[in-house]
Design a protein around this ligand. Structure first.
Ligand code: GDP
Length: 295
């Protein structure tokens, strides 16, 4: 993942490290190269502009220019600024409160919602919780079937009520079932569409306005870059998600999409999907992700 950024950064860092001293012109030249690399790697120009401005402000200070290892210091500043763009601190999943805790996943079809739900449920089960999974996609039996199979293969309980005709009815039925069986959490998979459609968002809004959900997690396909940012804006208007999960980060070869999406939405990223398998979900650590992006 991030091969392109890592390769290009590595050339710049080598040059930086080989310089004994830096003056302001050197820093400017390096920042120009960094700017190019970020733009070529799919980072939105506004994000690049702000990031470079932050690095510049800190890198032309006396402390850096007069240091014996100015190159190292500039690299450290860049890392720190990327970490900040990625959200700074870890944002954890909220799982406390009255049982069952409800966690709903939303996003476009193909974004990785169902796969991510399976990964999350397994993760929490491994932490000792007792999760239940449901799908509110009352129109696409194949979507329910996909979740049912995934749950079956991963040892997660799946619940369906064929009498439930709407997402709301499905969730209400699952809550009753859950109380009987003492589940800690219900993971709710929702219908997706190939594009943002108001009908779908209105349906989700009805759920959000009626049922107290602990988390509404928007799953975004990291490889779709700017498109993902637009999707996030639409979902925000209707359902105001509590956080993001970036899927398919492992296939983001250019490497800039994650930076762009996080910077432009400004939302906490809770997890990153790094593969198709059920254990390939990582807590999103801005500092570790910054280190990864920089190679
Ligand atoms: P949904 O329509 O939003 O429920 O999306 P799915 O969960 O069906 O996922 C769509 C495709 O993306 C499937 O082929 C998944 O295996 C794949 N996928 C999901 N998450 C990841 C990920 O983190 N990495 C990779 N490489 N593939 C993923």
């Amino acid at each position: 993942m991030f091969e392109q950024l890592i390769n290009k950064f590595s050339g710049i860092f080598k040059k930086l490290r080989s310089k004994g001293k830096l003056n302001e012109q050197d820093v400017d030249a390096i920042l120009k190269e960094l700017r190019m690399v970020l733009l070529e790697s799919d980072v939105h120009y506004r994000v690049v502009k702000d990031l470079i401005a932050q690095v510049k402000e800190r890198a032309v200070g006396k402390e850096v220019l007069e240091s014996v290892t100015p190159g190292e210091m500039v690299i450290k500043i860049l890392w720190d600024e990327i970490r900040k763009v990625l959200g700074g601190n870890v944002s954890s999943l909220e799982t406390g409160g009255a049982m069952p805790v409800l966690i709903m996943l939303v996003g476009l079809q193909g974004s990785g919602k169902t796969t991510t739900l399976g990964k999350l449920a397994v993760r929490l089960k491994n932490q000792g919780l007792f999760p239940l999974a449901i799908s509110t996609d009352t129109r696409r039996p194949a979507a329910k079937e996909q979740l049912a199979i995934l749950c079956h293969n991963s040892g997660i309980d799946f619940y369906d009520d064929t009498k439930a005709l709407t997402p709301l009815q499905m969730i209400q039925s699952a809550i009753l079932h859950s109380r009987e069986k003492s589940y800690d959490l219900i993971f709710i998979d929702t219908a997706g569409r190939l594009h943002v459609e108001e009908e779908l968002l209105a349906e989700l809004k009805e759920v959000v306005d009626t049922i107290p959900l602990k988390e509404i997690l928007l799953v975004l396909d990291a490889t779709t870059g700017q498109e993902a940012v637009k999707v996030a804006q639409s979902f925000k208007e209707w359902v105001n998600p509590t956080g993001l999960i970036l899927s398919k980060v492992d296939t983001d070869a250019r490497g800039g999409a994650v930076l762009s999406i996080v910077a432009q939405t400004g939302w906490p990223v809770k997890f990153a999907g790094v593969g198709e398998k059920v254990d390939q979900l990582e807590v999103f650590h801005p500092d570790r992700m910054a280190s990864r992006i920089m190679g």
